[in-house]
Write a protein that binds this ligand. Structure first.
Ligand code: HEC
Length: 412
């Protein structure tokens, strides 16, 4: 009953925001407004003073196609940023990389684990242009302070070879474009402290892989475009469960294939599907397939994000298929430009009888309601407080496992 009530509430809030779709014509906006709309869709629109004109060109090389900019809107935004950057040139060469990153510290408290401060992430990234047709991103990540158990990771290290204005072949280590949450797992993009159970266990966020990815946009109308990825990567390996099978493990000759397609309407509505298939065992005979659907909208301060994920993994006979599925729906509202209450409901049903070839029998169900409250000192500095009401889960059976999570984060 609780679940139905929550869904009804989320749906009602969302429906109330529908009228502003009528105002969603972006073509009449200029300069700053266009920048805010196009570049504020996935994260806050960075201050124009942050980079020089040359550096903004580098940023737009990658972010322009992500935003579905046409040649015309790209120019309007670049002109605005050039003029608003304060300095026309700071002497930077087109080859000098743009430096960015983020860091966040968390505090967790629950009955069944040690209360702890955690320097969860320090992420540093460099991105640059070396040629009209070649850009790159080198992103490093240190988790939980590093040390023996947590060596520094390459979060992403790829070059994009631009075949056309909106189409590139990505080569290198990347976040796998399965589902959508992983692109938005940074502390300013994820409005809560915790990640949804499905994104952790099925989308295996953050999922780093090496391979190639053809990506780009197809414009079907001035207010509608398709964003796509079609990729070949080494693929998930044979860890004890899906999440333990990620991060640069390659245990067989078979490569994995996948795609993701999203339709974006008026820069405010996004709906998409993703698929992944590949052998997970050492002999390359047992197949794993994943599929997912997502929905995202940001209308007049209100955000709704919902995602469904499903996995099927073959096991050697006589074991049955491993299956997992789950979804989350999250709604959030920006109040007075500073506060953001967020509500998320997430479920996960995971059952894999596999106990050969590295997989372990895994069976867990989880249902969690998360309630969060964020305070943004600026668009790049956030303080978050979250409470998790654990409705169902292995941990719940032992004790009351509600969780309190706090986070302080900056993006630089
Ligand atoms: C589809 C989602 C999306 C859109 C639209 C988008 N961005 Fe981004 N942006 C991202 C993600 C994801 C990152 C973080 C990249 C990472 O850490 O891998 C990012 C990072 C950045 C950064 C930080 C520097 C860096 O390279 O990490 C800047 C600056 C930026 N975006 C500017 C823009 C601008 C300007 C636009 C509009 C033209 C834009 N973004 C539109 C998803 C988006």
């Amino acid at each position: 009953m609780k679940k139905a009530g929550l869904l009804a509430l989320a749906l009602m809030i969302w429906l109330l925001s529908l009228p502003s779709l009528l105002r969603a014509q972006t073509s009449s906006y200029e300069g700053e407004q266009l920048y805010q709309i196009k570049c504020g869709r996935c994260h806050f629109a960075h201050s124009p003073k942050k980079y020089s004109a040359e550096e903004w060109k580098t940023v737009l090389k990658e972010m322009g196609p992500l935003s579905g900019l046409t040649e015309e809107s790209d120019k309007v935004i670049l002109d605005y940023l050039t003029q608003a950057s304060g300095e026309k040139e700071r002497g930077s060469l087109p080859t000098s990389p743009v430096v960015a990153g983020y860091l966040y510290t968390e505090f967790f408290s629950s009955e069944d684990s040690t209360d702890t401060f955690d320097i969860h992430y320090l992420n540093l990234n460099l991105s640059g242009r070396l040629h009209d047709r070649v850009s790159y991103r080198a992103e490093f990540e240190f988790e939980h302070g590093g040390g023996e158990d947590e060596p520094p990771f390459i979060e992403q290290a790829y070059m994009d070879v631009w075949l056309f204005r909106n189409t590139a072949l990505r080569i290198g280590a990347m976040l796998t474009p399965f589902n959508r949450f992983d692109d938005l797992h940074g502390p300013l993009e994820n409005f809560l402290v915790t990640r949804p159970q499905t994104s952790r266990e099925i989308g295996v966020s953050a999922w780093k892989e090496v391979g190639i990815d053809l990506h780009g946009n197809i414009f079907l109308h001035k207010n509608f475009f398709l964003n796509y990825n079609a990729y070949m990567i080494n693929g998930l390996g044979s860890g004890s469960r899906l999440r333990a099978s990620r991060q640069y493990q390659d245990n067989n000759d078979a490569k994995s294939l996948g795609f993701r397609v999203s339709g974006v309407i008026a820069d405010r509505w996004e709906i998409g599907a993703s698929y992944y298939t590949g052998a997970w065992d050492n002999a390359g005979q047992q197949n794993l397939s994943l599929y997912g659907f997502h929905f995202l909208t940001r209308v007049a301060g209100l955000d709704v994000f919902a995602e469904y994920s499903h996995s099927l993994s073959e096991n050697p006979p006589p074991l049955a298929l491993g299956k997992a599925d789950g979804f989350f729906i999250q709604t959030s509202y920006l109040l007075a430009g500073k506060f953001r209450p967020t509500l998320r409901y997430g479920t996960l049903d995971y059952l894999d009888p596999g106990n050969l070839l590295g997989r372990q029998p895994t069976d867990f169900d989880s249902k969690i309601i998360c309630l969060g409250w964020n305070y943004y000192l600026t668009g790049a500095i956030v303080f978050k407080a979250e409470y998790n009401f654990v409705q169902e889960g292995k941990r719940k059976e032992k004790k009351d496992n509600d969780l309190i999570a706090l986070q302080a984060a900056v993006r630089f």
